[in-house]
Each structure stands twice: as structure tokens, then as C-alpha cells.
Design a binder for this molecule. Structure first.
Ligand code: GLN
Ligand code: ZN
Length: 779
């Protein structure tokens, strides 16, 4: 009997050692966005807290079960969230800003969702992008007065919940140092407060949680410290050493994983990370972290676990299993067989959920893809292969799919590749400088000073959405569809004429989304039915998939733009989405560099620009709403990105006449650090979001940056239903005139009007035009 038990134990040890697979984190939304609908119904008062909790618990249990069935050894818990994992940490630490009137005790939905979304009397906390992803987190607001307390037991509850289901999980936390580095100082102490000084105050709470987890039986714990991949100062790196030294005794008996992702860890930070006391292993992103392999090879500490992130958490491509296996085998030689764990490059939160629900994609494209559920299987298959139990059938199917993707004529278009490759050497700049161009354009356009315009879209009514949906579903004929859209355009044109706006738009009624609309008409793009990725809270986006060389089979917008131009004597802006934005809001190819794909899109948009010009459109706006979003995490890489991104934009309009006016639009005001790149785009006019941060934008010009092109900093916030008064807009324009020349200033809202109602848009634009006219009279 004893011998038999020993034998069982041995098998168990062998099994555990050899089948090492780990998942950094998993999407919460559910394969069909179940959490989104449950949240929104709860917020609307249509269902109870219990209903919401039930949906959440079902999602968690199915995810744990799926990973456990797949054979994953280190399964994460506490990666579920009702809104955001950083907000969950804020709740755990009881760091609720005073304005939410929280009275202590366990934080419930009321306080939690008030922080996330605001309530009738208090606005939400700020939200910002999570590293360079499209996920947005709720920014903690911390000052010297915050009284931290252990106020959300979510992590422990979830650990126990999984355990009760028979799954022993690794509870995952936003690490203490990253939490502070991602926070902002509270109002009043913005300039002076040192966030890291709070470390001593939050660590005791982490310790309490750790103690409870140990008590509940946890043996592993994961701290996500992805800020380690950023450019950090020495004192910031020291905070990591300080924090993990302080946690060491609390963590004794636990295996601690420190997770990094989204890039390689810079050499200095790597040293700090791998010397942290009390840590058993590290996760590294081997997909985006170009230097990670080198660092591991030269200086991975002995005796530690390496969680090797070879399966891409940020994309939807099937893994090249043979390639990954080679890398893993080489790592085995460095860290030792029993210390290597196969993992994902980052949390799978940033990819789509499950390929099983894709009914729109054909089998060939499907065979090239892996969403979160499939990636879990890939991770485990790699772990099994390392353990000598390679699933040959699975690996050969994967190899066949990889080969088909490489050789498919749907992927490669040699003419496009050649044209894109030829772009690299030269600058692609319009021959005439911007001030001469503006003169030539003014002769043709004859606009008043402070010309008024809007950004493109007009309100998208339910009726309009229905028409588009029915046309797509072939429930109405093309003729009926064109008629309906034409009527809408004509309404929008008439309204703008009545308002006396100078440069008109057609209102974009035919577009569901500014990227999807173009992607659907370009070759090389595919669309999913359920490939949703969480953007923030309950909001998800469904990025197109760019799988092949991009080309434009035929004109995409000329039909609608010329139709709209025929309805008016005023200039009608052609309206396009720029290459960088299309790229940044899609799942992109991983078989060629991003810039290559961007150049290809740029060439397609260039064709469209030139066709619009031929059709008599004299003002063309090329939106680059997401140009800034693509900035790499580390400063050293900014110049290269900005260079090809700005170049791509210039390619689109290098071929037009001086008299054709090129506009661009950007959705953020925070561009002080990239202003020279924006000037380098060489657009004739740029309209930018501004009204939520007047001063910031204008300070660039106050500091003496020379800007010769037309510029339209938004004069009112379109994100709010509030109607700005004439006086307020007038004041705002006046402030701009203090730093910008009168003859370059344009008057326009912050962004497109598609989410607003006509009842808001009409009076707001009326006031905007009145303010411009008043100023013209005063100047
Ligand atoms: N032209 C687009 C619109 O007006 C621009 C949207 C955007 O900048 N996000 O809707
Ligand atoms: Zn915008």
C-alpha cells in the first residue's frame, strides 16, 4: 500500500513538473458578451445585483473549467472584473476618493460603479489607456490623506469559489508598485505629491490579503508589474526592491510570480526584477519583447521559474507551434526542464474570446486564427510537447495552417508589395509649402476668416441604423438604401446651409464605424461576428483583421461625396479614415512589420484621395484619430514610429494639386510632445479635440512653436449633451486668437456628432456659428 502511494506521488510529481502551462489572464466579457449585457441591464435597473452576480459566477466557472479541462497547470483567478482590474485594486485598498461618500466596510456595487461611471451627483473617475493597448483603466487618485483599508475581499472570494469547483488557481493582482506608478496625485497635490511614498501604506493591505489567501490554501500568487517594461527612473526601480523585500515574509510558503508584458524589460529593470527577494518566477513577453530572449540567455537567475510568454495575447493569429517549440527547447537548456513554464505573452484580455462562434469567416481564414479559448489549448499543447507528449495530429494541422497562410494567394499581392517597398526611400512631401498652398486654396474657396466646419458625422438615428442593418441583411434593395441615405445626406446638407456653416460634410450616414467602413471595401481585411475585445467597462470593440496585402478594388466614398457636393455650392469635405488609424484599430498581420502594412493602406487611401479630387471634391479630410495611440511604450522607439506613421499620412495626399485642401483630424489634445510630427504631416488644416483641456493645447503655441497651417482646436465638447452658449464659445475663440494667427484659425466642434441628438446639435452649432460671426465683426 505504502509503495503504491509512493508510486502515485512520484507520478504526480513527474506530471506536475513536466506539464507546466500558465495563462497570464483571461477575457471577462464572455464569448457572446454576456457580461456586457448583464452589466448594462443591471445599470438600467432591469435586473438585480443577484442576476448580475449569477452571470459573472457562471462566466468565471466556465473559464476555470475550460482551462482545467485543457490541462493548464497555473490557472489565474481574480482576473475577472465587473469593470476594471485597477479599479478592483483601488477597492481592495479602500482608496475611494472622498467625493463618493463611502462610509467604510466592504465596497459594494454602488460605490464601485459610482467610481467607474459616476452617479447622479458625482462624475466618474478618470479613465486612461492601459499601456499601449485599447483597454482603458480607471486611474486611482491618491493623495497624502487617503486612509487605506482592506475593503474588497474579491480576490480571496474568487480563489475560494474556484477551489470549491475543484480548481486550484493562482490569484492575480496588480502589483503594488505598478498600482502606484499608474495612479495620479489627487486634486490639490498634483505637482508635489510623490505617489511612491504610499508604498508603506498599501503594503500592509496586500499582506492581509496574502495571509487570507494562504489560509484558504493558495500556493501560488501573481503580481502584475508591467510598468517594469517602461522607461523607469532608478528611484522607481528601487521601489520594487523595497516592496518585495517588505512582502517577503508575508509571502513565505507561497510561490510568487512577478508578471511583465507588452515589451521587453530594459536591462536595468531586468536586473532589479530578477534580484527581487522572495520571488519564485517571472513571466516575460516573448512576442513583443524583442530583447527578452537575449536577456534570459545571458542573465536569467538560476533556480527560478521562467514563464515564457510565447503565445501572443494581443493578436488573433494561431501560434507557429513548431517555431515556439524550438524557442522553448532552447530555454529549457538555460533554465532547466523543471523550471520552464509555457505561457501567454500577456493577459488574453486583449484578444477575442472564442473562434467557435465565428460563423462569418471561411474555413481557410479560420484555420489561421486562434482566439483566447484556442490560445489556452495552444499553450497546453506546447507544454505537453515539451514533456514528450507531443500531439502530432494537432501540430501537423497547425503546420499545415501556417504553410497555407504563407502561400495563400489571398495573402500575397505582389504588385502591392512592390509598390509599398518602393515608398521607403523617399519623403513624399507636397512640392509647394503650406502657406503658398493655403493662398492658392483660398483663391478657390473664398472662405471668410474663422471659417466654420464640423468633423464629419451627424447624429446617427435609430432609423438610420435600421436602414443600414436591413440593407446588410438584404431586407431592402440597393435602390431603397441609396434613396434613404440620399435623403439623410440632403437633410444634413440643408441643415448646415441653414446654420450658415462654411465647409460642409455629408454626415457619414452610410458608415457604421470609421474603420470598418473602409476595411469592408478594401481587400486583405476580414470581419468577425463575435471577435469583441473589451475597451472599457462594458464597452467592447470588434477590430477588423488585416490578413493580406491591402488594395482598393474600387472607389469607396466618391459616390456619396459627389452626391453630397451636387446638393450644395459650398465646399463639401471628402471624408476618409487615414492609414495609421485603420492600422491601429485593427488586428494586424504578424508576418510583416506594421509599417509595411501601413504603407499599403496609405497607397489605397491615396487612390481614393485622387479619385475624390478628380470628382471635383476640393477639400478632403483624412482622419488620423488614432495616430497618437500607436506610440510605442518606450521613448527610444517613438522616433521610428512617428517617422513611418507621419510618412504614411503624407503618402495619401502627396499627389493632389495645391488648390486641393487636405484636412486631418485628431481625437486628443495631448500632443505637446509630438507637435513636430504633427507639423510634419504637412496637412493644410488640422482639427483637434481641445475643449476639455484648452490650456494644454494652446500652451504649445504660446511657447513659440511655429504653426503655419490651418488649425481648428475644438470649441466645444461633443462628449456631453450640454449645449454651449454663444458667449462661452466666443470667449474660447478669443483665447485661441491670443496665441494663434487670425488667418489660420478654424472654428469647429471637438469631434464628430454621431453620438449626439439633433436637439443638442442644432442649438450648439447655431451658437458656434454666431460666435464666429460676432468675432469676425469685432476683428
Ligand atoms: N470623421 C469622424 C466623425 O466625425 C471622426 C471620428 C473620430 O475622430 N473619432 O465621426
Ligand atoms: Zn475625433
Amino acid at each position: 500500500m505504502v509503495v503504491f502511494l509512493c508510486f502515485l506521488k512520484l507520478v504526480n510529481v513527474w506530471w506536475n513538473r513536466t506539464m507546466a502551462s500558465h495563462i497570464v489572464g483571461y477575457p471577462r466579457m464572455g464569448p457572446k458578451r454576456e457580461l456586457k449585457f448583464a452589466l448594462e441591464s443591471f445599470w438600467d435597473g432591469k435586473s438585480t445585483a443577484e442576476d448580475l452576480q449569477k452571470v459573472a459566477a457562471d462566466l468565471r466557472s466556465s473559464i476555470w473549467k475550460q482551462m482545467s479541462d485543457a490541462g493548464i497547470k497555473y490557472i489565474p483567478s481574480n482576473t475577472f472584473s465587473y469593470y476594471d482590474q485597477v479599479l478592483d485594486t483601488t477597492a481592495m485598498l479602500g482608496a475611494v476618493p472622498a467625493r463618493y461618500n463611502w462610509n467604510g466596510g466592504e465596497i459594494g456595487f454602488d460605490t464601485y460603479f459610482s467610481m467607474a461611471r459616476g452617479n447622479a451627483s458625482v462624475p466618474a473617475m478618470e479613465m486612461t489607456k492601459w499601456f499601449d493597448t485599447n483597454y482603458h483603466f480607471i486611474v486611482p487618485e491618491l493623495g497624502p490623506d487617503v486612509k487605506f483599508s482592506y475593503a474588497s475581499h474579491k480576490a480571496v472570494t474568487e480563489y475560494k469559489e474556484a477551489k470549491a469547483l475543484g480548481v486550484d488557481t493562482v490569484p492575480v493582482f496588480v502589483g503594488p508598485v505598478s498600482y502606484l506608478l499608474l495612479s495620479k496625485p489627487a486634486k490639490g497635490v498634483e505637482k508635489t505629491f510623490d505617489l511612491l511614498s504610499l508604498l508603506d501604506k498599501i503594503l500592509p493591505i496586500y499582506k492581509e490579503v496574502i495571509a487570507e489567501l494562504k489560509e484558504a490554501g493558495a500556493t501560488w500568487i501573481q503580481f502584475d508589474e508591467a510598468t517594469l517594461v517602461k522607461d523607469l527612473e532608478p528611484y522607481q526601480l528601487e521601489a520594487f526592491t523595497k516592496a518585495y523585500s517588505a512582502l517577503e515574509s508575508a509571502c513565505s510558503g507561497l510561490n510568487v510570480i512577478v508578471a511583465t508584458y507588452f515589451a521587453d524589460v530594459p536591462a536595468e529593470a531586468f536586473k532589479t526584477l530578477t534580484s527581487l527577494p522572495g520571488v519564485s518566477g517571472y513571466t516575460f513577453d516573448l512576442v513583443r519583447g524583442e530583447k527578452t530572449l537575449g536577456l534570459i540567455k545571458s542573465s536569467f537567475p538560476s533556480g527560478k521559474y521562467l514563464f515564457a510568454g510565447v503565445v501572443d495575447g494581443r493578436n488573433i493569429w494561431a501560434n507557429d507551434l513548431a517555431g515556439s517549440l524550438t524557442v522553448l527547447k532552447s530555454l529549457e537548456g538555460i533554465v532547466g526542464k523543471d523550471k520552464l513554464v509555457v505561457s501567454t505573452s500577456c493577459s488574453l484580455l486583449h484578444t477575442a474570446v472564442d473562434l467557435v462562434n465565428e460563423t462569418k469567416l471561411d474555413d481557410e481564414i479560420k484555420s489561421w486564427l486562434a482566439f483566447a479559448a484556442q490560445k489556452v489549448v495552444e499553450v497546453n499543447a506546447l507544454a505537453k510537447a515539451l514533456a514528450g507528449q507531443k500531439d502530432e495530429a494537432y501540430f501537423s494541422a497547425n503546420a499545415a495552417a501556417q504553410a497555407s497562410r504563407k502561400s495563400s494567394p489571398r495573402v500575397t499581392n505582389e504588385a502591392v508589395q512592390k509598390a509599398a517597398a518602393a515608398l521607403r526611400g523617399s519623403d513624399h512631401r507636397r512640392a509647394t509649402n503650406v502657406s503658398a498652398r493655403l493662398d492658392a486654396q483660398q483663391k478657390k474657396l473664398n472662405l471668410p476668416i474663422l471659417p466654420t466646419t464640423t468633423i464629419g458625422s451627424f447624429p446617427q438615428t435609430i432609423e438610420l441604423r435600421r436602414v443600414r442593418r436591413e440593407y446588410k441583411a438584404k431586407k431592402i434593395s440597393e435602390e431603397e438604401y441609396v434613396k434613404a441615405i440620399k435623403e439623410e445626406i440632403s437633410k444634413v446638407v440643408q441643415l448646415q446651409e441653414e446654420l450658415d456653416i462654411d465647409v460642409l460634410v455629408h454626415g457619414e450616414p452610410e458608415r457604421n464605424d470609421m474603420v470598418e467602413y473602409f476595411g469592408e471595401q478594401l481587400s486583405g481585411f476580414a470581419f468577425t461576428a463575435n471577435g469583441w475585445v473589451q475597451s472599457y467597462g462594458s464597452r467592447c470593440v470588434k477590430p477588423p483583421i488585416i490578413y493580406g496585402d491591402v488594395s482598393r478594388p474600387k472607389a469607396m466614398t466618391v459616390f456619396w461625396s459627389s452626391m453630397a457636393q451636387e446638393m450644395t455650392k459650398r465646399p463639401m469635405k471628402g471624408m476618409l479614415t487615414g492609414p495609421v488609424t485603420i492600422l491601429n484599430w485593427s488586428f494586424v498581420r504578424n508576418d510583416q512589420p506594421r509599417f509595411e502594412t501601413c504603407y499599403q493602406i496609405a497607397l489605397a487611401i491615396k487612390d481614393e484621395v485622387e479619385d475624390l479630387e478628380k470628382a471635383g471634391i476640393t477639400v478632403i479630410q483624412i482622419d488620423e484619430a488614432a495616430l497618437r495611440e500607436g506610440l510605442p511604450l518606450r521613448k527610444a522607439e517613438h522616433a521610428f514610429y512617428l517617422d513611418w506613421a507621419v510618412h504614411s499620412f503624407r503618402i495619401t495626399n502627396v499627389g493632389v494639386a495645391d488648390t486641393t485642401q487636405i484636412h486631418t483630424h485628431m481625437c486628443y489634445s495631448n500632443f505637446n510632445d509630438i507637435i513636430h510630427s504633427i507639423i510634419n504631416m504637412d496637412a493644410d488644416v488640422i482639427t483637434i479635440e481641445n475643449s476639455r483641456s484648452d490650456e494644454k493645447l494652446l500652451s504649445v503655441f504660446r511657447e513659440g512653436v511655429k504653426y503655419g497651417a490651418g488649425i481648428g482646436p475644438g470649441v466645444y465638447d461633443i462628449h456631453s449633451p450640454r449645449i454651449p452658449s454663444m458667449e462661452e464659445i466666443h470667449d474660447r475663440i478669443n483665447k485661441m486668437l491670443a496665441v494663434l494667427e487670425t488667418n489660420i484659425l478654424w472654428v469647429n466642434p471637438d469631434c464628430g456628432l454621431k453620438t449626439r441628438k439633433y436637439g443638442e446639435v442644432k442649438p450648439a452649432l447655431q451658437n458656434m456659428v454666431a460666435a464666429a460671426k460676432k468675432l469676425r465683426a469685432e476683428l
